[in-house]
Design a protein. Structure first.
Length: 115
């Protein structure tokens, strides 16, 4: 009971929750959602929850092909600017590589603003 009386669990995201998106290069999709591979949270003393913060570490873009559950980035949890935990961010779905014709079409759409 001592542990429950003195400590609290601060949750930021649950496993499987969408945590962001990343642009995809050379793929059939333009972007991909990333989800938490595990619960994002940590235990702290009660009353110190406000000293916890998180930072998403994601690349600006990733090249296809991408497979579901492939690590894309991570979330870092800090307590008073000290790193206490890292959780992987993974791809929510597959993104196959686009063919040459699809890449040419995307290029032309960008040039002629057809989007």
């Amino acid at each position: 009971n001592y542990g429950y009386a003195k400590h609290a669990y601060k949750s930021f995201f649950e496993k499987g929750n969408v945590c962001g998106a990343v642009k995809v290069g050379k793929g059939l999709a333009d972007s991909i959602e990333v989800v938490a591979a595990a619960d994002v949270g940590t235990i702290c003393l009660k009353g110190e929850e406000k000293s916890l913060a998180y930072n998403q570490v994601l690349p600006r873009y990733v090249d296809a092909p991408i497979v579901k559950n492939q690590k894309i980035g991570e979330i870092e949890i800090y307590k008073d600017q000290t790193l206490v935990k890292k959780v992987d961010l993974v791809a929510a779905q597959d993104v196959p590589e686009a063919g040459v014709l699809k890449e040419i079409l995307k290029l032309l759409q960008g040039v002629f603003l057809l989007r």
